[in-house]
Design a protein around this ligand. Structure first.
Ligand code: BGC
Length: 718
């Protein structure tokens, strides 16, 4: 472990402030993980002012404008897929016992970063290897204690947490470390543990909990470096620190759960800990090697813009951390498993914002995301049945079964575009990989979602077909008819279902269903203004123009937070990109003049209250050739998590969007579902000298270099 990387500002998130209002933001931003297991970046010893066992009833609400709880600190330990039933919020990912927890006492004081006399503090998360370092000095009545804490969640052994604590005292002192796996935690104020069994096995201690969904999780820890007295779920160590003599403690924790292919109990974990503790130094290299491989596949280098390079590195780090490459029973939740907002649910973010990054850099990870949708088809069938429809309706907010988990009727009832988005994602995977077996595999989803659409649409006597009572991506029009985005995606989903049938020479739809589907594909209405501009929905022009000057004077607040919901719902104010998704996803939708007209119409109405918004505008602007304006929008997207926004978790869709902003936006790469050859129309910001990255296109990897002079493409042998 001594061969940690040398810090590099482009690759390290560094925290030097102990400002109380920033702690929670850093906890989100410094989240570590292995796909399988995620830990928010909380201090091991917690904060005295921020107890983690508070219980309260979080109500269903609009998450975008909700005032979050836990203002000071929120520790979080998540195993994607380990869920519990909340009485009001439906199924949510469970915050598990905190495996880092530790009290540090010395000379009658207890370490607390808020109230202790702390100096020379810094924390650094190295994005290259996911190692978090904390260094500080604690001034005590009889001397100073220098502390150097390091930890990582192993990528090589995904349920393993490695912690190292180095102490050095200025004068002789005894430090007491009281380590535990703290089970007195809640998720959104709710306790999901039905049983809690603290235990000790030799030198290992820990706890087994069973959630109210029936998942069992065991977390076992072991410390070494000084004699430990171990009792149920506790290990206490007395460190006798001589003046200037370094003292090192290693703590290893293993986590296993009943969802694992081979779940392991406390005894088995304790036995493995004993083996691992024999050589803790050996744990770093294989972990770092996995990160290195991930970065080799997915890294993007921007020459000429350190700000963008750093923000992109942060985004890619969280994407690579959050995705579970070995488990298609889960996807990536809206907060990237770095917080409890959105309850660990999976949204259309997966298909539209995350999938492209994985598909074009690491298709195996992408496949675990697309397979997740195939694996949750039964849940989608249940959703359709619950609404009285045949076929399959994908959940606006999904958890492990695919059954709808969104606690707010506006979205779960109406935001039906997700069902077409899922098909879009599957088709994108097929187009990117050309994997015919996968095309076969997705056929039931194409079939069942088609059946849902056939029952959900409404035929008018004039022969037109409509989709009424829906919500498009813009969630500030609560319910509308004929959302242009939704209808375009439905038409696309029906088209690719037809194409899949033709390619495979078979269809699971009856001849009558195929005929109906072809009719709907052709006649589902895309509302347009007289001059041809696409309306966001039918009668969009009849919504009131929002008077932003009087309604929204303080732009530091979200529009949705300062107007009443009813006023919001009856104005044209947009939460996020909606119609403008279309020219991005389907460049043939509009010519340059129409695109300009559409942008000029919708942009001034858009509040960007959603983190999914700025990046799409940046991409569209870049593809329109206005790289400088695009860059200023791109900067807004870069700031979302970095400028204090990560307290409740990472805006992971935006992270995927940032990759798209660079590759699809500024470098102008076309979609593989639109053309067979790899093609770029770059519009680089003037100060970017060069962008280089790796792209997997139809199964072959390429190294791309984009400069103001052109694009070069080389084969990549990886
Ligand atoms: C956005 C949705 C998004 C969700 C989760 C909402 O605020 O409006 O488009 O899917 O957040 O990220």
């Amino acid at each position: 472990m001594e061969d940690y990387l040398t810090p590099d500002p482009l690759w390290c998130i560094t925290q030097t402030s102990l400002a109380p209002e920033e702690t929670k933001h850093y906890e989100g931003l410094l989240t570590q993980g292995s796909g399988y297991l995620h830990l928010r970046g909380s201090y091991e010893e917690g904060l005295a002012a921020a107890p983690q066992d508070e219980t309260y009833m979080r109500m269903p609400a609009n998450v975008t404008v909700e005032v979050p709880r836990h203002p000071r600190s929120k520790a979080g330990t998540y195993l994607p897929g380990v869920t519990g039933q909340h009485p009001l919020l439906r199924e949510e990912v469970v915050n598990l016992p905190n495996p880092l927890a530790m009290t540090v006492r010395c000379q009658g004081r207890t370490l607390d970063m808020d109230s202790g006399d702390i100096f020379e503090f810094s924390r650094t998360l190295d994005l290259r290897d996911g190692v978090l370092h904390r260094r500080f000095c604690w001034r005590l009545p009889l001397g100073e204690l220098r502390c150097d804490f390091t930890r990582f969640v192993s990528q090589a052994r995904p349920g393993l947490i490695v912690q190292r604590m180095d102490f050095c005292a200025s004068s002789p002192m005894t430090v007491t470390l009281d380590a535990t796996v703290d089970e007195t935690v809640t998720t959104n104020g709710y306790c999901h543990f039905r049983t809690t069994e603290p235990c000790a096995q030799g030198q290992a201690f820990g706890v087994t909990v069973t959630t109210d969904n029936g998942d069992t999780v065991t977390l076992m820890s072991r410390c070494q470096g000084a004699p430990a007295s171990v009792s149920a779920n506790r290990g206490t160590l007395e460190l006798c620190c001589g003046a200037g003599v370094p003292v090192r403690i290693d703590r290893l924790t293993l986590v296993s759960c009943s969802r694992d292919p081979q779940p392991r109990d406390a005894q088995a974990l304790a036995a493995e800990l004993e083996t691992l503790c024999a050589a803790p130094d050996a744990l770093y290299a294989p972990h770092a090697a996995v990160w290195q491989q991930l970065w080799e596949k997915s890294g993007v280098i921007i020459r000429g813009d350190d700000q963008a390079q750093f923000a992109l590195n942060v985004s890619l780090y969280h994407l690579l951390r959050a995705a579970n490459r070995n488990d298609s029973r889960v996807a990536v939740c809206a907060k990237g498993f770095a917080g409890e907002a959105y309850f660990g649910h999976f949204f259309w973010d997966t298909e539209l914002y995350l999938l492209p990054f994985f598909l074009y850099t690491n298709p195996a990870i992408a496949r675990s995301l697309t397979r997740f949708r195939i694996g949750t088809l039964d849940g989608a069938r249940e959703n359709a049945a619950a609404y009285g429809y045949p076929g399959a309706k994908y959940a606006w907010e999904s958890s492990v079964t695919g059954a709808e988990q969104c606690p707010n009727w506006q979205y779960c009832d109406h935001e039906v575009h997700i069902t077409a988005d899922v098909v879009f994602g599957l088709w994108h995977d097929w187009k990117a990989t050309g994997d015919r077996a996968f095309l076969e595999e997705m056929l039931p989803v194409l079939t069942e979602t088609t059946r849902y659409w056939l029952a959900r649409v409404q035929h008018h006597p004039d022969g037109t077909v409509h989709l009424n009572g829906v919500m498009g991506p813009d969630e500030y029009i609560c319910m509308c008819n004929d959302s242009a985005y939704t209808n375009t995606m439905v038409r696309y989903a029906l088209r690719v279902t037809r194409e899949a049938g033709a390619l495979l020479g078979k269809s699971l739809l009856t001849a009558n269903e195929q005929e109906q589907a072809a009719y709907v594909e052709e006649h589902l209405v895309i509302p347009r203004r007289e001059d041809g501009m696409i309306w966001q929905c039918e009668a969009f022009d009849r919504y009131e123009d929002p008077d932003f000057t009087s309604l929204w004077p303080d732009r530091t607040k979200r529009f949705g937070a300062v107007v009443s919901q009813e006023r919001n719902y009856r104005t044209k104010a947009l939460k996020q990109a909606d119609v403008l998704m279309l020219p991005y996803l389907f460049p043939d939708t509009m010519d340059a003049r129409q695109l300009q007209q559409t942008y000029d119409y919708y942009y001034p109405l858009t509040t960007h209250d959603s983190s999914l918004s700025y990046i799409i505008h940046a991409i569209v602007k870049a593809r329109m050739g206005d790289a400088e304006e695009a860059y200023s929008l791109f900067e807004k997207a870069l700031a979302i998590d970095l400028d204090g926004g990560a307290a409740e978790g990472i805006h992971i869709a935006n992270c995927g969007g940032i990759w798209q902003g660079v590759v699809m936006g500024f470098c102008g790469m076309d979609w593989c579902y639109c053309r067979d050859d790899l093609h770029f129309t770059p519009h680089l910001p003037a100060h970017w000298q060069e962008v280089s990255f790796r792209i997997v296109w139809h199964g072959a990897a390429h190294r791309i270099r984009v400069t103001h002079d052109g694009v070069s493409v080389e084969e990549d042998d990886q």
